[in-house]
Write a protein that binds this ligand. Structure first.
Ligand code: CAA
Ligand code: NAI
Length: 246
């Protein structure tokens, strides 16, 4: 198994891509910390993990709240003794054309998608430095690299995530910590379900693989970056988008 006895914190693991990642990591032998604002969803994922013979705990966290993040990491260490992998997966959208974007919706998305990644990564770094090894994965997006109509706030955060990822890869590479990003294209989750049908139809025509992504497509990229197979991969962005971004 590729993650035998590793402890992985996955934020936003109650639903969508994060949920699929939690189940995938568990199948590969990890102790999974299913961390989500949506506590009931996180508990349901842990129940599924246990039903299948895996090991995990659910933690209610708001990644935009530093105290909540500190508690999450402490609880993970108390439960499993180490933090080997962090997947910064939690994210939200609040889409609007620029002229309709409110300062509140600008700030809300910055707080979760950008500041949340900063808080979570900063909170696990001391433990990973002490261990002399760690894997940090961030979640960017095609929107952050390529831009997207109606996503000023979201695109800013997902481009920012790439900048932070590369900075941390340089800061912590020498300490045995790999930091990499995955930039998904459009994936079938509740996030994309909010996009108007006419936009999805236009979009599909731009994807060379002719389909939206599935959560497992992204979870598999997270798995590679979390496993020892990626030990010489650092500061990179893996595009998992059906070729939309060539
Ligand atoms: N790509 C291309 N064109 C788009 C577009 C997109 N993503 N989003 C909107 N448009 C176009 C619309 O088709 C429309 O064109 P026409 O005037 O020719 O019909 C024009 O922009 C204005 O759109 P609306 O009439 O819908 O304007 P609105 O003010 O009512 O709503 C909106 C604007 C909130 C941005 C809405 O269009 C919308 O939700 N668009 C989808 C935005 C989007 O793609 N979000 C991605 C969510 S998934 C995600 O974020 C995951 C990820 O990382 C990729
Ligand atoms: P989703 O909406 O299905 O799941 C997101 C999860 O994050 C939810 O369980 C939600 O409760 C949790 N969450 C939201 N705010 C939180 C907070 N403050 N603290 C803790 N948890 C919080 O979304 P999806 O699609 O699974 O997205 C996962 C990640 O992938 C996000 O970072 C998203 O931006 C990114 N992404 C998604 C794409 C897609 O097409 N679905 C494309 C590119 C990137």
């Amino acid at each position: 198994m590729r993650l035998q006895d590793k402890t992985a914190i996955i934020t936003g693991a109650g639903n969508g891509i994060g949920k699929e990642a939690a189940l995938t990591f568990s199948r590969e032998g990890a102790n999974v910390v299913v961390a989500d604002f949506d506590e009931a969803a996180a508990e349901a994922v842990v129940a599924e993990i246990k039903e299948k013979g895996g090991n995990g705990i659910a933690i209610k966290v708001n990644v935009a709240d530093q105290e909540s993040v500190t508690q999450m990491v402490q609880e993970a260490v108390n439960s499993f003794g180490s933090v080997d992998i962090l997947v910064n997966n939690a994210g939200i959208t609040a889409d609007a054309m620029l002229h309709k974007l409110t300062p509140e919706n600008w700030q809300k998305v910055i707080d979760v998608n950008l500041t949340g990644v900063f808080y979570c990564t900063q909170a696990v770094i001391p433990k990973m430095v002490e261990q002399g090894k760690g894997k940090i994965i961030t979640t960017s997006s095609v929107s952050g690299v390529y831009g997207n109509v109606g996503q000023t706030n979201y695109a800013a955060t997902k481009a920012g995530v790439v900048g932070m990822t590369k900075s941390w890869a340089k800061e912590f590479g020498g300490k045995g910590i790999n930091v990499n990003a995955v930039a998904p294209g459009f994936v079938e989750t509740s996030m994309v379900a909010k996009v108007p049908d006419k936009v999805i139809e236009k979009l599909k025509m731009t994807i060379p693989l002719n389909r939206l992504g599935k959560p497992a497509d992204i979870a598999n990229a997270y798995l590679f970056l979390a496993s020892d197979e990626s030990d010489y991969v650092n500061g990179t962005v893996i595009h998992v988008d059906g070729g939309i971004m060539m």
